[in-house]
Ligand binder design. Structure first.
Ligand SMILES: [Zn+2]
Length: 376
């Protein structure tokens, strides 16, 4: 039965509900390794990011796709990768993911292939998610004063809500998820924006960290009743991990139950249990284990299992959170498939769940839940 299930999982089409662009550059080893980690520093003592859980997964899973032996060395992998060139590598790895729809967040990686180009390389469909803080930073560069900024953002978020599938916030990075759940008044936002504009210089773009303005963006997005993605947990050195526990935003979640907005908790590691609790209790909360699956490599089944301990099966989604490297898409998809095949396979093998139920739940997590929430 579990063999039947593993076979079923290997053919599941997927909606990747949170990912980013892919680079079209022919990466050097150093550039590849920089994109293969959330760290901003090189591996010490001459170490390599091919010797991490993700690096091991790349050498095990992606190497054969590029015509190499599984578990080849990092040097062999890079030599082949550079010889094949970025177009062939992108196409081979993206087409091997089984992802049928890429929901691309465009707030980072402006120099990378955008949603349509990724989808074209993959032979798949795409949708877009707009990052609230990036959109506001654009407007902070142009606004004449606080009042003008507020008007610009209201219009921009309205236009974006009509065009894109939803929004993403990196409030976890900029303020922490223990942000004040109150909706700020228009006067408070205008005054905060005025302060930012007074400090603006022509040399550097404004980096938006003001909690009043960020809360305004979040509530403005909520007003449109869109899916609203939140970075949760694990990320790069900009975050204070202890402030990225999603239970810290419980009061905000409570206040948005009846707004029509859906709260999408992304990545969640190591708070997948807290996220699963919120997804169980609140009707508009969903979770995935995106980036966590990639960066925990072949240990990721344990995180997937924890994310499925408590959350109803209609509240869990698939994502890769891939950024830059097609390997993150490939490993994100295949590690997830291995993880869910193992978790659901155990339940089916022990006759705790029927094979039909397992298939039905997997269809929901792979595609159905995202299709319902994003709607188009
Ligand atoms: Zn992301």
């Amino acid at each position: 039965m579990t063999i039947q299930l593993a076979e079923y999982v290997s053919h599941l089409g997927l909606i990747d509900h949170h990912c980013h662009g892919v680079t079209s550059a022919n990466l050097s080893s150093g550039q590849f390794e920089a994109l293969a980690t959330e760290s901003s520093w090189r591996s010490p003592f001459g170490g390599s990011n091919f010797d991490t859980p993700f690096g091991v997964a790349v050498r095990a899973l992606c190497a054969p796709e590029l015509g190499l032996e599984a578990h080849c060395t990092g040097e062999q992998y890079m030599e082949r990768r550079i010889a094949l060139g970025p177009d062939a590598v992108n196409q081979t790895l993206l087409r091997g993911t089984g992802i049928e729809r890429y929901v691309v967040e465009t707030g980072v990686g402006a120099h990378m292939l955008g949603p349509k180009e990724v989808a074209d390389a993959a032979g798949a469909e795409f949708g877009e998610i707009d990052r609230l803080e990036a959109l506001a930073e654009d407007e902070l560069a142009l606004a004449e004063n606080g009042e003008d900024f507020v008007a610009r953002v209201v219009e921009r978020i309205g236009a974006s809500a009509a065009r894109s599938l939803g929004f993403k916030s990196i409030v976890a990075y900029r303020c922490g998820l223990d942000f004040d759940p109150d909706q700020p008044t228009r006067d408070e936002v205008r005054d905060a924006a005025d302060r930012l504009l007074r400090a603006r210089t022509s040399e550097e773009p404004v980096r938006l960290e003001d909690p009043v303005v960020i809360r305004f963006l979040i509530w403005e997005a909520v007003r449109h009743g869109c899916p609203l993605q939140f970075h949760v947990g694990y990320g790069d050195s900009d975050i204070d991990l202890h402030r990225c526990d999603p239970s810290k935003m419980t009061e905000f979640i409570r206040r948005t139950v009846d707004t029509g907005a859906s709260i999408m908790l992304l990545h969640c590691y190591p708070f997948q249990r807290e996220a699963a609790f919120l997804a169980q209790v609140y009707p508009h909360v969903y979770l995935d284990t995106g980036a966590a699956v990639n960066y925990t490599g072949f240990g990721s089944h344990a995180i997937i299992r924890e994310s499925l301990e408590l959350a109803p099966f209609n509240k869990v989604m698939f994502s890769t959170d891939a950024y830059g490297l097609p390997e993150l898409y490939y490993c994100g998809s295949h590690l997830w498939r291995r993880g869910v095949a193992r978790v659901f396979g155990d339940w089916v093998a022990d006759d705790e769940m029927s094979l039909d139920d397992a298939k039905r739940y997997l269809d929901m997590i792979a595609v159905g839940n995202a299709a319902k929430v994003y709607g188009r």
